[in-house]
Design a protein around this ligand. Structure first.
Ligand code: NAD
Length: 248
């Protein structure tokens, strides 16, 4: 147990943006509680990459973020192991894309459950320890699509727009308690999530990015670390677009 360090929970940290966020916190010396859905090997790889990169602590909790039990297990693990929760990053997310006319209700529900309800469940369970400590940084990973919408992503865009409304509402509830709540809205980031797009689609999207390139997980992790910093305490209820200018 190392209770002198700040403790951060990161969901969906077995790969992609979540993994990079976990590594970045670890590098900075945080205690990291990483959540992953089910891929033990990928989770072990995140832990290995952390351990070769810095001076933190890391534990993992397997579970589906849309289930209340997972939120409870994450909070219990953080409190039992490190005695505090300073930062929560709601990163876990999925897509189930298709045009509205063809979208199955189950696919709408599942995307909302993971991307939006998952963030609600974990955030709610971390409030008590954060309020008691009068300190907290909650960061929700939204999307440029949650601000601007996107054809073929009605469920995903609704979940990411919902996260923005939730971010601002919780920010208003908690601002007086030294707990900040912000969203990061990535643009087009090179991860497994975007890897399945055809080269033609990627080129089309790239042509709409003023920076002229896709983002990297590290671009997002930097923004998350900035918002998580103790010195960022006067920033709350904001949506930080990290998109190479795509959403201007
Ligand atoms: P990714 O698919 O590589 O990673 C998502 C992670 O979430 C995976 O590790 C996955 O196992 C985990 N996850 C999925 N369902 C889960 C569940 N029910 N419980 C626990 N974990 C679960 O995607 P990524 O690109 O790294 O995306 C990370 C976040 O960033 C997501 O919320 C995504 O919507 C958001 N985002 C990504 C992009 C992009 O271009 N890649 C753009 C905007 C927003």
């Amino acid at each position: 147990m190392d209770s002198n360090k700040r403790t951060a929970i990161v969901t969906g940290a077995a790969r992609g943006i979540g993994r990079e966020i976990a590594i970045s916190f670890y590098k900075k010396g945080y205690n990291v509680v990483m959540n992953y859905a089910g891929n033990d090997k990928a989770a072990e790889e995140t832990i290995r990459l952390c351990k070769e990169s810095g001076d933190g602590n890391i534990i993992s909790v397997k579970g589906d973020v849309s289930k209340e039990d997972t939120a409870r297990a994450l909070v219990d693990a953080a409190m039992n192991e490190f005695g505090a929760i300073d930062v929560v990053v709601n990163n876990a997310g999925i897509t189930k894309d298709t045009l509205m006319a063809m979208m199955k209700t189950d696919d709408f529900d599942r995307v909302i459950d993971v991307n939006l309800k998952g963030a609600f469940l974990l955030t709610q369970k971390t409030l008590k320890p954060m309020m008691k400590k009068r300190y907290g940084r909650i960061i929700n990973i939204s999307s440029v699509v949650g601000v601007h919408g996107n054809a073929g992503q009605v469920n995903y865009a609704a979940s990411k727009a919902g996260l923005i409304g939730m971010t601002k509402s919780i920010a208003k509830e908690l601002a007086g308690r030294n707990i900040t709540v912000n969203a990061v809205a990535p643009g087009m980031i090179a991860t497994d999530m975007t890897d399945s797009l055809s080269d033609k689609t990627k080129d089309q999207i790239k042509s709409t990015i003023p920076a002229g390139r896709m983002g990297t997980p590290d671009d997002i992790a930097n923004a998350v670390l900035f918002l998580a910093d103790e010195k960022s305490g006067y920033i709350t209820g904001q949506v930080l677009m990290v998109d190479g200018g795509m959403g201007m």
